[in-house]
Write a protein that binds this ligand. Sequence first.
Ligand code: PRP
Length: 211
Amino acid sequence: MRYLTVALTKGRLADKTLKTFEKIGITCEEMKDKNSRKLIFVNEELGLRFFLAKGPDVPTYVEYGAADIGIVGKDTILEEGRKLYEVLDLGFGACRMCVCGPPEAREALEGNRQIRVATKYPAIAKDYFYNKKHQTVEIIKLNGSIELAPIVGLAEVIVDIVETGSTLRENGLQVLEEVCPLSARMVVNQVSMKMEDERIRRLIENLRSVL
Ligand code: PRP
């Protein structure tokens, strides 16, 4: 039996994924050691290998078949646009992709003025403004703390993830439009889905039964 390799998104998503996997009898004790610098973990008995990667790299590993399966946020799947199958909504990590800004930016969103949009997700922002709203905007890519952009005058609005809404509230910003709901998803390499059809389907069914 060859190993099925699973790429997990480092951080909170990996912790939640491991808890969900435990419910269906898939454990990886080694992986829980926060002080370990080890990158790849093997469960010999089940023929599984797990590794941790940065979110945006998970779809890359899966598209190229370096991982058969990936667990990653829908935001990253949309942004990366890789060739893979999205097979299951795991439900956790639920949040929303939104257009946010100060209340006065609402007007700029309604008119056809060219505004600046700051975001960590340029592909999602572009698709939303160009293809759905048919509004020409200038997209500015940032790498974090996106909420700063409208406060310091870099952009009129941002496209960012809203979970509890507290980052927005504490910075005097609001949700102005909703782009799409997000959560953790299971993705599968297109060749693996055919070659390992039975094992992967069983895994999906088992996971679905505990969600
Ligand atoms: C994310 C996101 C928002 C915040 C939303 O940032 O970009 O800033 O969480 O969460 P809330 O609605 O519960 O306040 P993250 O903490 O991942 O860091 P970043 O700003 O560096 O992207």
